[in-house]
Design a protein around this ligand. Structure first.
Ligand code: GDP
Length: 431
């Protein structure tokens, strides 16, 4: 049984925690898209781990973590992350496999990212400026450099780097970057990367042949997907379920279940519409109690009520079997909680589905349903029945509005602060 765990909103839903707690039931955890722009924070017995590129399964022994071809890899960022994990006592040797087909983020991709954002001015995307977008642009432009190229024929690599640098020099006015230092640096990175590199698709096929289970770990989220998200305020890859097949080289029939991670409210970092966005005291309260600051950039996240239109859309796009509802505890103590059930358009008409056109989304007014809040804490609760009745009602209402069960309810950042509903899909997957 292989499952996917992916984000249903605009990211930062707490995927890292959910992947980490499910990992003991899997033999491999595989990332299929994105780069070190992701920031998955995991707390284990009070110790904080922030993972960017390495799958969140790395904290467990006996699990192989895979970085697929759909991921773009900055070798410097990868080495830094591995060194940091080693310093925290996590042994990564023999536990990581990086696809030879993954594209490399080159040193100047970051510079191109910053330049492209500056050129967009007011219409900037709000990227993490880590060079992810430009690396994907080079991939699609068929001038990217893959890890196998770095480890392969040196003359061929020199030619590829020369071409890539000259394409970059054409973009940046008056730039005459020399390709040679870039090439030399890549060779050095190749030497350190070599022991981790292999055929990820073949590896995963063998895991399945042996009866092992794989968890596919999404980064970013559905509303940030390049095709299905709020374009152009999106990431450069397919964070939705389809990205798994292309980003790892696994067939669609290898995905047996899909778990969508949804926060009990909504947040977004960066630009673009957020229909249920709150301002003022309530937004500050959610931001502070939810610690809504980006794990990669430290940027404050925009906060709003749960948007059932958004999560329903994610259910459809990804074929979600169940939800993992996170951060319920952040709503503790609110006198009432609201859920967006639909939108009213600028012309007064109603909208039950997410519009493709961003202007329509930006001008849509949410329709809210108000439910009673709860004064008793949900923090740390581990069974559904022990939740305050109003919190149970809130979760049940979200299930009705999204059409899928909340198989997991997370009530705190630690692994242990989790409810796994006994009769749910997840309980069967991990049985
Ligand atoms: P990801 O990128 O989707 O993994 O999410 P992030 O790591 O960026 O953000 C989620 C944050 O919420 C992390 O700091 C988690 O430790 C924290 N978190 C996850 N689940 C819960 C929860 O149920 N309650 C609280 N209070 N924090 C949580």
């Amino acid at each position: 049984m292989n499952i996917a765990v992916l984000g249903t909103q605009w990211g930062d839903e707490g995927k890292g925690k959910i992947v980490d707690m499910l990992t003991p039931h899997f033999s491999a955890v595989a990332r299929y898209q994105g780069g070190h722009n992701a920031g998955h924070t995991v707390y284990v017995e009070g110790k904080k781990f922030v993972l960017h590129l390495v799958p969140s399964g790395i904290l467990h022994p006996g699990v192989t973590c895979v970085i697929g071809n759909g991921v773009v890899v900055d070798p410097v960022a990868l080495f830094k992350e591995l060194d940091e994990l080693a310093a925290l006592g996590i042994d990564t040797s023999g536990k990581l496999l990086v696809s030879e087909k993954a594209h490399v983020i080159l040193p100047y991709h970051r510079e191109l990212d910053i330049l492209s954002e500056a050129r967009r001015g007011e219409r900037k995307i709000g990227t993490t400026s880590r060079g992810i977008g430009p690396a994907y642009e080079d991939k699609v432009g068929r001038r990217g450099i893959r890890i196998c190229d770095v480890l392969g024929d040196r003359d061929a690599l020199a030619q590829e780097v020369r071409e890539n640098v000259s394409a970059r020099n054409r973009i940046i006015k008056d730039s005459t970057l020399d390709w040679r230092p870039v090439y030399e640096q890549l060779l050095q990175h190749g030497d350190r990367l070599r022991p981790w590199v292999g055929d990820a698709s073949l590896f995963l096929a063998r895991v399945m042949q042996r009866g092992g289970r794989i968890m596919f770990e999404g980064a970013q989220a559905t509303l940030l997907d390049i095709d299905h998200g709020t374009y152009p305020f999106v990431t450069s890859s397919n964070a939705t379920v389809g990205g798994i097949c292309t980003g790892l080289g696994v067939p669609a029939r290898a995905i047996h279940g899909v778990l969508g991670v949804a926060k009990a409210y909504t947040t977004r970092v960066g630009e673009g519409p957020l229909p249920t966005e709150l301002e003022g005291e309530l937004a500050d309260r959610l931001r502070e109690s939810g610690q809504e600051y980006g794990a990669s950039t430290g940027r404050p996240r925009r906060c709003g009520w749960f948007d059932a239109v958004v999560v329903r859309y994610s259910v459809r796009i990804n074929g979600l079997d169940a939800l993992a509802l996170t951060k319920l505890d952040v709503l503790d103590g609110l006198p009432e909680v609201r859920v967006c059930t639909g939108y009213v358009k600028a012309d007064g008409g109603t909208l039950d589905e997410l519009p493709a056109d961003l202007r329509s989304l930006a001008s849509a007014t949410p329709v809210y349903e108000t439910l009673p809040g709860w004064s008793l804490p949900t923090k740390g609760v581990t069974t559904f029945e022990a939740l305050p009745p109003e919190a149970q009602r809130y979760v049940r209402r979200l299930e009705e509005l999204t059409g899928v069960p909340c198989a997991i309810v997370s009530t705190g950042s630690d692994r242990a602060e989790t409810i796994v509903r006994p009769d749910s899909a997840v309980a069967n997957w991990v049985a």
